[in-house]
Design a protein around this ligand. Structure first.
Ligand code: SAM
Length: 342
């Protein structure tokens, strides 16, 4: 059954919030899409942003005049109004319909709606809100099954008793942003090495955020979907912010290049003036894992050779220092870890 919501009487300035909420409810409670009578690009954009982050194929179109659309509609029309029949009396019959257009108003709806509708349905005979009416109608219609819908989004909320638990599908972000196969394979390799280094650090008593390592390693090069130049760092930060990724991950993306880029080097390279030197243990681990992955895993010596050629003496020095620091903290030469997972 296709379920489409029609929002009548939207006034851009006054109904901005409530129409957005009608659309959000329609989406969350498993409708296929929403049509709005008045053209409103801002609402379309906002709902598309929600889709981008939280998934699903919910559609939104505004500027759709009701008369023509209602006439063309092939399925049944349900108009939600406090003057209608009680929902519990008609819902079983409505559920048998092939496709449904659910109409909700803003202020007053034209008299014709009551005639054109196959069902005028009330959610209790008191005046309340289109948002509540729509939610309860969809809940009755779908008998609670909307709760099972998997939106397969980049961002997934994990139910928990207290606090907030959010899971991010990083591979999906890489794909959605259009990273090449080679970049994705490189990121997977960096993830594997970074996690292994992190495990050794943890074993040696260092506190480390494994989730940040995994996400940061997978996404450190997401900006390469836009450019392979140094500005991929800035592009990566923008993408991370778009998805609302944790600041820890943004930090890893920002400070992953080489063994760090200080403010003077940044300016020379054309980056915005800032210090891009890894600070946290997670930033250091991902940056160095990246140093030890070219197309394949490589030893420090190979990385040094490349740095000498491409980045100069200062970068080589910093690379050696970072390798030494992490090896000391892990209690094992990082080269040995590379050797093991090669
Ligand atoms: N007098 C209007 C009516 O119910 O037709 C109230 C306007 S109300 C602010 C905006 C929309 O909310 C209505 O067009 C209707 O779709 C929905 N609505 C409000 N109360 C409702 C109820 N008790 N049952 C069903 N829908 C309701």
């Amino acid at each position: 059954m296709a379920i489409v919501v029609y929002r009548y009487g939207h006034r851009i300035a006054r109904d901005k919030r409530i129409t957005t909420h009608v659309a959000l409810v329609a989406r969350a409670f498993s409708a296929d899409g929403i049509l709005i009578d008045t053209k409103d690009e801002k609402i379309e954009e906002n709902i598309k942003k929600v889709n981008e982050k939280f998934g699903g194929n919910f559609f939104i179109k505004s500027g759709i005049p009701w008369k023509e659309y209602f006439k063309k509609w092939n399925g049944k029309i349900v108009h939600l109004t406090m003057y209608g029949e009680r929902i519990d009396k008609v819902i079983d019959e409505i559920r048998k319909s092939k496709d449904l257009l659910i109409v909700v108003g803003a202020e007053k709806v034209p008299k014709e709606f009551y005639e054109l509708a196959d069902y005028n349905v009330s959610i209790g005979n008191q005046p309340h809100s289109e948002v509540a009416a729509l939610a309860i109608f969809l809940h009755f219609l779908l008998q609670g099954k909307w709760l099972e819908k998997d939106f397969n989004g980049v961002v997934k909320i994990i139910p928990c008793k207290k606090g907030k638990k959010i899971k991010y599908n990083c591979l999906k972000i890489l794909e959605k942003e259009g990273c090449s196969k080679a970049v994705i394979e490189h990121c997977m390799k960096v993830k594997k090495l970074a996690l292994e280094i992190a495990r050794r650090l943890e074993k040696n008593g260092i506190k480390i955020d494994m989730e940040a390592i995994e996400m940061g390693a997978l996404l450190h090069d997401v900006g390469r979907s836009k450019t392979h130049g140094i500005m991929h760092i800035i592009e990566g930060i923008k993408i991370a912010r778009k998805y609302g990724l944790p600041e820890k991950v943004v930090g890893i993306i920002k400070r992953h290049a080489g063994a760090g880029i200080d403010e003077d080097e940044a300016v020379k390279l054309g980056l915005p003036r800032d210090d891009y030197t890894p600070r946290t243990i997670e930033e250091m681990v991902v940056a160095h894992a990246d140093n030890l992955v070219g197309y394949k895993y490589r030893m420090l010596e190979d990385a040094i050779r490349e740095f000498k050629r491409k980045a100069g003496k200062k970068a080589v020095l910093k690379l050696k220092e970072l390798h030494k620091k992490l090896s000391n903290l892990a209690g094992i030469d990082i080269d040995k870890i590379v050797e093991e997972i090669k």
